[in-house]
Design a protein. Structure first.
Length: 238
């Protein structure tokens, strides 16, 4: 029999999958774009020194993955702290203002179209167990689901690793190229294809038209790299 408080407990797996997917999207989107733009800009300055491009690219990937991972950690930690703060407040209200909280529970059931008698019975049943009562209020009054205590560290890891994977794609051609321009040409082809594929699946998952989403992501990456390369060239020849 399904739990009356969590009638669709299987949705937690979907939520976890969605969180992982969100982390990967955040890490990969920046990982593909930022190192690509950096390498393109450096290619316009140090054409015959791919070693410098590689070192700078690896340094950026390391710094970027740490910064992005830290951002994911802080976001997850903030969500967890916010939930615990609201949970403490809700327990306090249930303890000190039970009539007010019972009325809020009754209003919820009234909104479902239940009769007065059924509302009273539901409220009576719901408020017997303080923990279930508070859990009910957290979910249906505040719209808060209990977050995974490990969410912050998992998010940091997922985003950081995704950034590294994404960043190595545009940088990898420079390992096998004799000069920056050759590396940039190969990097541009590989990265734009990856951006297109990434944008396609990202848009498909989020419900956006996959073809327009793929083209948009690819154009953004191309513009970022093109601007970086052009600005670097202008500065060198100024």
């Amino acid at each position: 029999m399904p739990d009356p408080i969590h009638p669709h407990s299987h949705t937690e797996e979907h939520l976890k999958g969605s969180e992982i997917l969100t982390d990967i999207v955040i890490g990969m989107s920046d990982g593909l774009t930022v190192p690509f733009a950096l390498a393109a800009g450096l290619s316009g300055v140090v054409d015959n020194n791919t070693s410098l491009i590689i070192v700078a690219g690896l340094a950026e990937i390391a710094a970027g993955s740490i910064a992005m991972g830290l951002g994911g950690y802080l976001a997850g930690k903030t969500e967890f702290d916010h939930y615990n703060s609201e949970l403490k407040r809700e327990y306090n209200e249930v303890e000190n203002l039970p009539d007010v909280e019972k009325n809020e529970v009754k209003q919820f059931f009234a909104g479902l179209g239940l009769s007065e008698q059924v509302q009273n019975e539901a409220v009576e049943e719901m408020t017997k167990d303080k923990d279930k009562w508070v859990d009910f209020m957290m979910k249906y009054e505040l719209g808060l689901d209990k977050p995974d205590p490990q969410r912050a560290s998992k998010s940091a890891f997922n985003i950081g690793v995704s950034y590294v994977v994404g960043g190595l794609i545009p940088l990898s051609p420079y390992f096998f190229s004799s000069n920056g321009i050759t590396g940039l040409k190969i990097s541009a082809i590989i990265t734009l294809i990856c951006l297109f594929i990434f944008g396609y699946f990202k848009s498909k998952v989020t419900g956006v038209n996959p073809w327009s989403g793929a083209i948009r992501v690819m154009i953004i990456g191309a513009l970022a790299a093109g601007c970086a390369f052009g600005i670097a060239r202008l500065i060198v020849h100024a």
